[in-house]
Design a protein around this ligand. Structure first.
Ligand code: HEC
Length: 177
């Protein structure tokens, strides 16, 4: 092959490239794609969840009040083992990763001598049986941004047994509902 042949081949390839570019431009002009300003498939975000940090009334967390009097304290104590990496439950017990939880039932939220997260500090109220129930169902849904890195207890009986056991970790356990 002489060098002219190479030149011809090179020219052919170049031309083909140019033509492809030209046609794709023309194609674009013909169809004129427009950028969508919105997602074609809008992603539904539950507004109430996005706005408030607390589990709102629409999130159905099965209540535990009716289960407390018949709760199984031994089973509750077993579940509390999931918490002991981060919490102590005895009187005068110190903070671990989380605050001591002696006397927690009906205590004001976030009142221990502990460095709570910002999100947690903004909570108001007290740890009634039902607030504990909702919190323990899914802590990071109850308070977005909490430092309590725990998935939660999905089973209503687990929460009832645990909260009944928590109630007993006190000098004077709160009355049962
Ligand atoms: C991985 C560590 C971790 C585990 C496991 C954990 N917690 Fe916590 N808990 C925390 C931290 C940290 C906080 C403080 C949250 C904040 O400041 O955002 C907290 C806060 C709390 C509070 C609020 C206390 C107050 O003073 O208002 C309660 C109640 C509680 N935890 C109960 C439990 C129970 C019950 C379990 C077991 C089922 C559990 N936690 C498991 C780390 C943990």
């Amino acid at each position: 092959m002489d060098s002219l042949k190479y030149n011809k081949i090179a020219a052919g390839v170049l031309c083909a490239g140019l033509l492809i570019m030209l046609f794709s431009k023309i194609g674009n002009i013909l169809i004129s794609p427009t950028k969508l300003s919105k997602n074609a498939y809008p992603i539904q975000v539950d507004k109430t969840l996005a706005q408030s940090s607390k589990v709102d009334s629409k999130t159905l967390v099965e209540p535990i009040l009716a289960l407390l009097s018949g709760a199984n304290l031994e089973a509750g104590e077993k579940i509390a083992k999931k918490c002991t990496a981060c919490h102590s439950f005895n009187s005068g017990g110190g903070n671990r990763v989380g605050p001591n939880l002696y006397n927690i039932v009906n205590k004001i939220i976030g009142q221990a001598d502990f460095g709570y997260s910002k999100a947690f500090k903004s909570l108001k109220g007290q740890w009634s049986y039902e607030e504990l129930n909702k919190f323990l169902y899914k802590p990071n849904q109850y308070v977005k941004g909490t430092k309590m890195n725990f998935v939660g207890l999905k089973k209503v009986n687990d929460r009832a047994n645990l909260v009944a056991w928590l109630r007993a970790q006190s000098d004077t356990p709160e009355p049962l509902p």
